[in-house]
Design a binder for this molecule. Structure first.
Ligand code: FAD
Ligand code: NAP
Length: 339
């Protein structure tokens, strides 16, 4: 058995909020055998198993009485290709952004809008990560997961993952599926998505009239670096709330009092609101309570100025949720996974 178990490990370096809690046991899985060894250990010792990747979508509210298994498996390979596209497989522990860059270096496009998202390949399907008009479902091929209940391997097709807006089957069947590797179908011919937010503007400003996928990746990295706090400098988990989907009727009602309301009509008739805009209108931007706060430039991002606990961050999030319900009659759903 190669699995190295450590006891009483601080999880501070393993969650981007930088919350300092302890794991009862901690180990890294470098391959499928390590994952199976961890599951066997937990079964034999009646201990829960908690799987993490980069810890960039977690809010830890206390010590974790479990074996925390950090996915550290590596490997990127082309499993099938022709002159138009390739299916690329990556192990769960591959860091996401370097994986995107590797695909671009191979001349494969489709992931460029998802540049600079923290975390791992294995966690990406959990919430169908998305940014700048692209979600992984748009280029997803299939994945291999281990059923923690039976120990069996299962292949999931695109349809079986039930991807939705920051959502998937895996988010609903919490703790059942351990994602081992993911496959994407990427194109050798550039089909760029430039019409979302400031992407095209940035390329225009750089004088790039005919961008390559790499140009798009670089533009998005630049925009993100300017707008988002770097977790290495200021603890955060990215957007803390999902953008709410509300009825067109409620959107119209809010617009009466707030003519500047930012809303995006959806194909099903609902309207997606920018949660950050609601929070900003309610006056929370830059708010600080001890070491827990709302980022001064990005109201959707809760930050840890140093020693905030997960409970303090959660309390702040709940106050914001209550305020947004009271002001706008809109319920904000938290995006990070709560433990
Ligand atoms: P973790 O936080 O470690 O885990 C998240 C959840 O997945 C947990 O429930 C964990 O148990 C589970 N999990 C992890 N690995 C596995 C596995 N192999 N099998 C089964 N379950 C697993 N998200 C976006 O969608 N779009 C963005 O643009 C974006 N930008 C961000 C920017 C910043 C600055 C930050 C801090 C976060 C951002 N996020 C964004 C959120 C986050 O980066 C993503 O959700 C990312 O996919 C989480 O990956 P992770 O490896 O860090 O997962
Ligand atoms: P932004 O460009 O300031 O836009 C604010 C919000 O409006 C975004 O959340 C986005 O929704 C929505 N939006 C903007 N243009 C849209 C369009 N053309 N059609 C539909 N919806 C539109 O957003 P931002 O905060 O700087 O983030 C940029 C992108 O990165 C967004 O896609 C965002 O989701 C993603 N991001 C995600 C996280 C995370 O942790 N989940 C963190 C940082 C950035 P969507 O969020 O639905 O795209």
């Amino acid at each position: 058995m190669t699995l190295q178990l450590q006891s009483a490990v601080s999880l501070k370096p393993f969650n981007t909020f930088g919350v300092d809690v302890q794991a009862q046991l901690f180990a890294e899985a470098h391959n499928d055998d390590d994952v199976r060894a961890a599951l066997a250990y937990c079964a034999a010792n009646t201990l829960p198993l908690m799987v993490i990747g980069g810890g960039s979508n977690l809010l830890l509210t206390g010590d974790v009485k479990a074996l925390v298994l950090r996915m550290a498996s590596r490997g990127i390979r082309i499993v099938r290709e022709d002159c138009l596209e390739a299916i690329v497989e990556a192990e769960a522990g591959e860091p996401w952004h370097p994986f995107v860059q590797s695909c671009l270096e191979l001349g494969l496009c489709g992931l460029e809008n998802l540049s600079l998202i923290p975390g791992t390949v294995g966690a990406a399907p959990m919430q169908n990560i998305g940014a700048y008009g692209v979600e992984i479902k748009d280029v997803f091929h299939s994945l291999t997961a281990l059923d923690r209940q039976t120990g069996e391997l299962r292949e999931f097709s695109l349809e079986e993952c039930a991807f939705g807006y920051r959502d998937s089957l895996f988010k609903h069947e919490t703790g059942r599926w351990l994602i081992l590797r993911v496959r994407f179908v990427l194109s050798r011919v550039a089909r760029l998505h430039l019409d979302y937010g400031p992407v095209r503007q940035r390329l225009d400003a750089l004088g790039i009239a005919h961008p390559t996928p790499r140009d798009v990746s670089q533009a998005i990295c630049a925009i993100r670096s300017e707008k988002l706090p770097d977790p290495a400098e200021l603890g955060n988990a990215g957007s803390f709330f999902k953008n709410p989907l509300i009825s067109a009727e409620l959107a119209a009602r809010i617009k009466v009092s707030y003519p500047g309301l930012v809303g995006y009509p959806q194909p099903d008739g609902q309207v997606k609101l920018a949660a950050g805009w609601l929070i900003e209108q309610a006056g929370w931007k830059g708010y600080r309570e001890g070491d827990a706060g709302v980022h001064r430039l990005q109201s959707l991002v809760l930050v840890n100025y140093g020693r905030a606990t997960g409970t303090q961050l959660l309390a702040l999030a709940r106050r914001i949720q209550a305020d947004i319900v009271e002001r706008f009659d809109v319920a904000l759903e938290m995006e990070p996974n709560l433990y």
